[in-house]
Write a protein that binds this ligand. Structure first.
Ligand code: DLL
Length: 435
């Protein structure tokens, strides 16, 4: 049984929770209306004044916020607090070369630590735990998010960051890590490396995994639990809303509790924007109600899931979202990194000798995602030699890698070699197993 980090918040009766949400929503709407021209204009356009929003029941009156709104106000246009109060900036991949940015005040960083402390406590982390954080540290929110949460609990944190599998395994054993935070695919890489090196699991003290940042199946859960002899918890979040810890699975491992005293979730029909009742699959939309740096109103995540409001045996009253089943846009998550095909297009732009026809092929080999980018070459001229083609390939490779942040194998194909479609061109082929 895990101990709750903040029982009064986590088991708050629904009626009280609703009241708190109403209050916090009203306050957020007033703040964004006063301090963020984008929201003021949007609300004015929709004929809404802050006083019209009395609580969560009025949420549907407000317009959605989209990733494109963030892009249009890049980098800091949606910040609600003055620059001198912003203490941290994180970012994730945007749809083109520019990232999606989020700004935090000191109180936001504090809240994040608190919610990650709740999340890690759901996985049984206490002040006696040793937490190996193998999410990347940096602009990506995984590393620092898990780090602050584990420190808040008083656990001993090993700030490993990603990569260097052998060293990860050595320190996991030597330092007696009891919890591992990383992407599910990296957890499998670690587990298989331990197995393949023939190191007995009895040498490790690992008990829990807190895995997220990408979709993973129940099949992967069973595999990784078996490889590492742990209980594996799914954790969800996104940079724009906060980072990891927006929701987490409790000991029941049956859906992720969304911390509703800080975020209001809605499920909508992605095509019509219509709000759907709990239990119906659709796109999850979040409104933040305590954030100061960059509050977001009805932010469309493009993530597909189902809200489950049935009581959870753990006693937490916060609604659960089921494992994600996909996305409504073309964003791919490859080794935990978000990749948009349009980024590849931007990277190819202006490179002489290629044509703007490309295809991203994602696959999984030995439990690790692979990415191949197929690109059409301009028709070859007599005298073009193999060497110049190799040079072209290298150039494309480095341009793509610096744009998307991960390595992709580049395959140059002859002009006209990629399939053309009559409708919307599909730029991706995802061959990874679904279950
Ligand atoms: O991935 C934050 C995070 C870090 C979550 C570590 C969990 C653990 P972004 O890079 O902004 O933030 O990517 C957000 O990743 O919209 C989902 O599509 C996907 N995603 C995040 N967690 C999960 C999950 C971080 N548990 C995007 N299952 C989101 C499936 C997930 N997809």
């Amino acid at each position: 049984m895990s101990t709750m980090w903040d029982p009064s918040a986590e088991t708050m009766p629904r009626e009280q929770l609703r009241k708190l949400q109403d209050e916090r929503l009203r306050d957020t709407i007033k703040r964004v209306y006063t301090s963020v021209p984008f929201y003021r204009h949007k609300m004015q356009e929709a004929g809404i004044r802050p006083g019209d929003i009395r609580g969560t029941d009025d949420l549907h009156l407000l317009p959605f916020t989209n990733k494109t709104d963030l892009r249009d106000s890049y980098p800091f246009g949606l910040f609600c607090a003055p620059q001198e109060q912003i203490v941290r900036i994180h970012a994730s991949s945007g749809t083109t070369g520019k990232p999606t940015v989020s700004g935090y005040t000191a109180r936001d960083v504090d809240t994040w630590g608190e919610l990650m402390a709740r999340a890690l406590s759901c996985a049984g982390v206490t002040n006696r735990s040793v937490v190996q954080v193998s999410y990347g540290y940096g602009l990506f929110t995984g590393g620092l998010g898990a780090h602050y949460g584990a420190e808040r609990i008083g656990a001993s944190v090993i700030p490993m960051s990603g990569g260097n599998t052998k060293r990860q395994i050595m320190l996991m054993e030597d330092f007696g890590a009891t919890a591992l935070c990383c992407t599910p695919t990296y957890a499998i890489v670690l587990g298989e490396a331990i197995r393949d090196a023939g190191i007995p699991l009895s040498r490790f003290k690992l008990r829990a995994g807190v895995f997220g940042a990408e979709a993973w199946t129940e099949g992967m859960r069973a595999h990784v639990q078996n490889l590492l002899n742990i209980r594996a918890h799914d954790v969800y979040g996104l940079t724009e809303i906060m980072g990891p810890g927006v929701s987490i699975e409790c000991e029941e491992l049956a859906g992720m509790h969304i911390w509703e005293d800080h975020f209001i979730p809605e499920i909508i029909d992605p095509d019509t924007g219509e709000r759907l009742p709990n239990g119906t699959p659709g796109e999850i939309v979040f409104t933040t109600i305590t954030k100061e740096g960059m509050p977001l109103i009805r932010y469309r995540t493009h993530d597909l899931t189902v809200l489950d409001d049935t009581p959870c045996p753990c006693g937490r009253t916060h609604v659960r979202m089921r494992k994600l089943t996909g996305r409504t846009d073309d964003m791919l998550i490859i080794r935990g990194v978000n990749v948009f095909p349009s980024q590849v297009e931007t990277a190819l732009h202006g490179i002489e000798g290629i044509e703007p026809q490309y295809l991203l092929v994602v696959d999984r080999k030995n439990n690790l995602d692979t990415l191949e980018v197929q690109v059409e070459m301009a028709p070859l001229l007599p005298g073009d030699e193999v060497r110049s083609i190799e040079r072209l390939q290298k150039r494309v490779e480095s341009s793509v890698a610096s744009m998307i942040g991960i390595h992709a194998d580049i395959r140059l194909v002859p002009s006209g070699g990629l399939p053309r479609s009559e409708g919307k061109t599909n730029r991706t082929k995802d061959l990874r197993p679904k279950e």
